[in-house]
Each structure stands twice: as structure tokens, then as C-alpha cells.
Ligand binder design. Sequence first.
Ligand code: PLP
Length: 370
Amino acid sequence: MIESDAMSIAKQAPEYIRAISPYIPGKPMTQLAREMGIPVDKIVKLASNENPLGMSPRARVAVEQAIAGIERYPDQFDLIKALADRTRLAQEQIVLGNGSNDVLDLAARVFLAPGRSAVMAQHAFAVYPLATVSTGAECIVVPAKHYGHDLDAMLAAIRSDTRLVWIANPNNPTGNFLPYSEIKAFLAKVPAAVAVVLDEAYTEYLAPADRVDTLSWIRDFPNLIVTRTFSKVYGLAGLRVGYAAASPAVADLMNRVRQPFNVNNLALAAAIAALDDHVFLAESYQLNRRGMEQLVTGIKRLGLEHIPSHGNFVTFKVSDGGAVNQKLLRQGVIVRPIGGYGLPNHLRVTIGLERENDCFLQALEQALNA
Ligand SMILES: *Cc1c(COP(=O)(O)O)cnc(C)c1O
């Protein structure tokens, strides 16, 4: 085939698809090992908000057992039932996803199309603009307030063609948290024809006093879609499983556009087991509390500013994000540069094990002084 043919078939994709810039994930440990000649087991990866304790041991057992049925197509019933029981919602209100990114995409595909728009905050999670523009809809990006969502400005930004608002609470990559009273007041003012996605990927890391049962709001706000994930506190990022809770009519539409077998057998089994692993969840929560304290203390001691975070990561400011990141990489430490989020002089570090946090802080000190 000649070059110009290849060019011309790519040109057949809609302009809004060709304009998408690729998502940049945290650098894999294996890639850094190849690039720097550092053994993989010497690398500290604190770049993707993964659980440093690994997966729930109960989930591991469940995965091993589920291998026996791998020749069969998956049946989502048991996980949907477990989640419905847990959340006190009807089974018809739960939509499973191949990671919660999948359900974010389903929400976009249900409500967005060319000629429509979605409202989101500056520095909000990268999947929102990606899911939005993939449908041909337009992004309305509202300037952040103290790095977080400015709900008043977001409300004012809603146009007659707006069909979706994206909110992450806590937000990634900034860690900001909006008190739930503000979100509820926002929902009361949003037009009923506009869906609101409330992404709660980090909700299990919130202090008990900050938590609210947002799922119970769906009855009053049928335009609310709450999303959660097994990738963070449950330690199952590599299996890909998350879910949305919504009103039955919205969940029905999301299920219609969903790939029938989007969550695999191993992920389903692991998620059911992880839901009940209260010991692992409590350990993960406590480790995160202690690690947050350790990292924030260390970052302040180095004279750096950070954004107060409610997740399992913290974002801090340096004079040159790209340069500091390179110096960390050379020492085998992977954090997340967030220039793509409009924060070129901030870096995001995931809370790791105590020794990983120490290793990062030492490398950061070295990087600042080099
Ligand atoms: C990590 C994260 C998710 C979870 O993505 P998965 O697809 O479930 O792994 C969703 N939203 C935000 C804001 C996140 O940071």
C-alpha cells in the first residue's frame, strides 16, 4: 500500500476524532528499567494512584478459583447483586464497567453527540475531555478555584446545548474535595435535562466525617450518575472493574450501549471478594492516612507548597516540573508530571509504603539540590 492511501483513510475519521491528543499514562516500571538500566525491583513507582499493599488477599483467592471457569462468558449477576445490596439500590440501577473509565465513557455516549456540550473544571480528570470529544461534543472548561471545581461558575457555564456536567470528588490530579453540601446545592440548581456525573474514585479514602451517601440522592436527582472503582483502595487496577449507580432509566440506557461482556470473569470474582475484605480496606485506609502525613511533612520540610489532598496522592509545586521529574526518574523514582492538566510546575506523587515514601522524599531532596 502506498503512503497516500494510508493518509487518506485516516482522513476519513471525523475531525473531532483526529484532534484527540493521546492519554499519557504513568511510566511503566519495566520501561524505566529499560531506559535507565535500573533493575525493576529497585524502582519506586508512585505514579498511578495504585494501592501499595497490592490486591485484597480475599480477591486473590477468588481470582485463582475463577480461573476454572474461564472458558465461559462472564455473568454479571452476582457482582450487581452484591453492589445493589451494599448500596441499597435496585439491581436495575447498577452499571458495571471495565474500570470506571468505561462507565464514564458510557455516560458520555448516552448523553453527548455533535452539537452538544459538557461542562467540566480546569485541572479535572483527563478522561472527561477525552470521553466528551470522542462523541463529537464540545468541552466547556471552567477555570478552577484554588485548583478545584468552581461550582457556581460551572452552573453559570451550562448552555442550552449542555447535556452533561463532570465532577470528580475528590478530584484527580489535584486532590481537592468539595463539601457534599455544596454538591447537593449544585444539583438542586442544575436543569433537570442535564446529567451530572459524580466520580467518586477516591471516596473510600475520605475521613468518615467527610463521607455522605450520595447514592441515596439519586431518588431526588434522577439526572445524577455516581461512579466508583475497584482500582484504588481495593487494589484491582490491573483487572479493570468499576461501576455506575444511576436512576433505572439512565442505567438502562448505559447498559444498552455497554459491550455485553465488558467485565471479565476474574475481575467479577475479585470485586465480589474485595467488597467484603474489611480488614484489607481498613489497612489500606490507615496506611494512606499515615503516608499522607509522612509525605506532606517531608514536602513541607523541603520548603515546597502542596495542594491539600483527600485522595491517595498529593500534588506539590516545584520550579520546573519537567526537570525535577527527570532527576527523579534517574534515581529510579516514578511520579506523575501533570503538564497535560495545565500544571507544568506541579508533580503528583501517590502515597506508597513507608519505605517508598522515604525513598521518594530522599530522591526529591537530591533532585532539588542537584
Ligand atoms: C483512578 C481514577 C478513576 C478510576 O479509573 P478506573 O478506570 O476505574 O481504573 C476514575 N476517576 C478518577 C478521577 C480517577 O483518578
